[in-house]
Write a protein that binds this ligand. Structure first.
Ligand code: G3P
Ligand code: CA
Length: 269
């Protein structure tokens, strides 16, 4: 694998390209990851789900309707759930045209294909288990895929991989199965519950409007699952004033559709 990354380029703030560089290329495609890499972004965020025949794929919505041409191709298979289509069927779909004619022919990537590309680009991965309650066993399966791709052997694994989810049970399971992996909880648990979350989580990844200076301080004052101060990242921040406000509050990372803008904002501080 390529060299592990250590931090975002923008000083001490880590900039995560949300679903790749999704303001500029169709979200969660390999083209979107490559665009983020071309912009010099060290980390990308994605969303992992499972096909009917049990393959892990990278897609945000639980249906194929918004980001592929599935409705035209399979008009009678509403609601077009990811879990109701085989990989072969999904691979026939166009996952780029909805975004713009230049992206025609993009495909929904498998997690394996996605990891392969990251090995070339050297980027770190903020991997989201998306609605894991729909996919029993997806925590273990994701770890097996990561393991087979040699992603779990890195000496400084937290510099290359964080597994995040809105589901605390999925993170508990991930932590129990592979305690060396760093995890991030998507949400903003009350300060009184941070210690509880810290038993299985290293990061709080909170929606931007829920973050305050006091909350950042409380998160940093809590030791996470790896006995280091918990970190706080925030999403989805696509404009400079909001990024500046959050950086002043002391957040560790920003998850954004426009990573170039946030990188340059951070550098100007
Ligand atoms: O990484 C944060 C963000 O991805 C969570 O929301 O809906 O974009 O998956 P969503
Ligand atoms: Ca996500």
């Amino acid at each position: 694998p390529a060299q592990a990354v250590s931090a975002g380029r923008a000083g001490h703030i880590i900039v995560f390209g949300h679903r790749g560089a999704s303001a500029y290329a169709p979200e969660n495609t390999l083209g979107s990851v490559q665009e983020a890499a071309d912009l010099g972004v060290d980390w990308v965020e994605n969303d992992v789900q499972r096909t009917r025949d049990g393959v892990l794929v990278v897609i945000h919505d639980t249906t194929l309707a918004r980001t592929t041409n599935v409705k035209q191709r399979y008009p009678d298979r509403a609601p077009w759930s990811v879990s109701e289509f085989s990989l072969a069927e999904i691979k026939q779909l166009d996952a780029g045209s909805w975004f713009g004619p230049d992206f025609r022919g993009e495909r929904v990537p498998t997690l394996v294909e996605y990891l392969d590309l990251l090995d070339d680009t050297g980027q770190g991965l903020l991997l989201e288990l998306k609605q894991p309650e729909l996919y029993p066993g997806i925590e273990r399966q994701t770890l097996e895929v990561l393991d087979r791709a040699d992603w779990l052997d890195l000496p400084h694994i937290s510099r290359r991989l964080v597994v995040q989810s809105f589901s605390a049970p999925a993170l508990r399971t991930t932590h129990r199965l592979r305690p060396e992996i760093h995890t991030g909880f998507l949400g903003n648990p009350p300060v009184s519950q941070l210690k509880q979350y810290a038993s299985f989580t290293d990061e709080i990844n909170a929606e931007q409007h829920t973050v305050t200076s006091a909350y950042v301080k409380a998160v940093h004052g809590t030791k996470g699952a790896h006995r280091r101060p918990m970190r706080i990242n925030t999403w989805t921040v696509d404009n400079a004033p909001a990024a500046t406000r959050l950086m002043k509050m002391g957040v560790d990372g920003i998850i954004t559709d426009r990573p170039d803008l946030i990188e340059s904002t951070a550098r100007q501080r």
